[in-house]
Design a protein around this ligand. Structure first.
Ligand code: APR
Ligand code: PHB
Length: 394
């Protein structure tokens, strides 16, 4: 058995684990990341793409913002489309100047991996059989196999940044962990298309055929989503059918046209809301999707991961550098406040914009009324806008 030691053992090289490692490095705290996938796999996994202003600030402070500042697309609003017309929500006007940046999660991951490796950071890719143990002691362990060798990494603290399907959450005893959950009766079919965007901002469309979202990744690449059944078979969605449905749900009488292009990527993602409390036990701290999931309608997933690790990096730094436990003890409570705000916002956006299978006329009229209120009342629009651009980080 090979034995290693570090201050913070991090499970998972997604945005949460990588950014935590980078922030700790900048504060002089050592960490090692273990990841069961390859570098190539994590760098090309297509995921979310919207960064709140606060997340952009954290990435800049972490020294990984150079390409994001160059290639990220600054958006000052979104459009809500329903009843045959579009309505713009103007973010800066409603939030005292705040905006969002469209930049793919896998680009954030690439920038973070490059920064960690350039600083001799340790990321062990393609490890297997990862397990965490002794989390109630002051010397918790991560064990795994690396190229066939058994390895034990002993740490002062473990960060469980291993996403929704990871193993860290299960290390918290069941009698301590509370789970809060909602499943939605639909999924999103997403495509990445080689087609220059024909609209400058994201379009969220409420349509009788179901929700659709118009997004983008770059001046050459469009990202599009359709509401589909939760158990939808992707084989039933050849490209022509996807484009037909996108045209029907997104285009309105104003003459705006969606541009088609070759489909580079296609996938179906389930929708759920999920939170565990507490986000910590002993010396184990969960961050990002390992602790909470939001449906993508509010564009909050990656931003919550960033907010968690910012709190965790500060708390661990106070622990190692000043022997103060207070921030670490408060980690879960501090994060959950923001998590529940984002859970509510994501659930609200999802409920307002999708067609539910058991809907009746009463439900449709409530949704239409809510949409009309949001686009006509400055107070309601400001509430959507301030949640979308992100409430200030503590
Ligand atoms: N051992 C090691 N690594 C693991 C294990 C394991 N047992 N299980 C999962 N992982 C890795 C995954 O391969 C992945 O690279 O942990 C990483 C978790 O990364 P993400 O799923 O991207 O989660 P997170 O970093 O919290 O980022 C949240 O991801 O799903 C999106 O919408 C979500 O944008 C949000 C972001
Ligand atoms: C995306 O571009 O992938 C995206 C944008 C906004 C969302 C969800 C996903 O709400």
């Amino acid at each position: 058995m090979r034995k290693l030691r570090t201050q913070v053992g991090i499970v998972g090289a997604g945005p949460a684990g990588l950014l935590l490692s980078q922030l700790l490095y900048l504060h002089g705290v050592e960490s090692v990341i273990v990841e069961n996938r390859s570098r190539d796999y994590v760098e090309h996994r297509v995921r979310a793409g919207v960064l709140e202003q606060g997340s952009v600030d954290v990435l800049n402070e972490a020294g990984v913002g150079e390409r994001m500042r160059r290639e990220g697309l600054l958006h000052h609003g979104i459009e809500l489309r329903f009843g045959g017309s579009g309505h713009r929500i103007d973010f800066p006007a409603l939030t005292g100047g705040r905006s969002i940046t469209v930049y793919g999660q896998q680009e954030v991951v690439k920038d973070l991996i490059a920064a960690r490796l350039a600083a001799d950071g340790q990321i062990l890719f393609e490890v297997s059989d990862v397990a965490v143990g002794q989390i109630e002691s002051s010397s918790p362990r991560i064990t795994f196999r690396d190229s066939g060798d058994e390895v034990e990494l002993s740490c002062d603290a473990i960060a469980g940044c291993d996403g929704f399907h990871g193993i860290c959450r299960q290390a918290i005893p069941v009698e301590i962990l509370r789970v809060f959950e909602r499943a939605y009766p639909f999924a999103w079919l997403g495509i990445l298309a080689e087609a220059p965007p024909t609209h400058d901002e994201l379009i969220y469309a409420y349509h009788e055929r179901g929700f659709a979202l118009y997004s983008m990744r770059s001046p050459q690449i469009t990202r599009l989503y359709l509401q589909v059944a939760p158990d939808e078979d992707i084989a039933k969605w050849p490209d022509e059918r996807i484009w037909r449905e996108l045209h029907a749900r997104l285009e309105t009488a104003d003459g705006w046209k969606l541009r088609e292009g070759s489909v580079l990527e296609k996938g179906i993602t389930g929708m759920r809301s999920f939170v565990v409390e507490p986000m910590q036990h002993g010396r184990l701290f969960l961050a990002g999707d390992a602790a909470h999931i939001v449906p993508p309608t509010g564009a909050k997933g990656m931003n919550l991961a960033v907010a968690d690790v910012r709190v965790l990096a500060r708390a661990l730094t106070a622990f190692f550098k000043e022997q103060r436990r207070n921030l670490l003890d408060a980690y879960s409570v501090t994060c959950l406040k923001r998590v529940w705000r984002a859970e509510h916002f994501s659930w609200w956006m999802t409920s307002m914009l999708h067609r539910f299978p058991d809907d009746d006329g009463f439900q449709h009229r409530l949704q239409r009324s809510q949409l009309e209120y949001v686009v006509s009342s400055p107070a309601a629009a400001a509430s959507l806008a301030e949640n979308y651009v992100g409430l200030p980080l503590d």
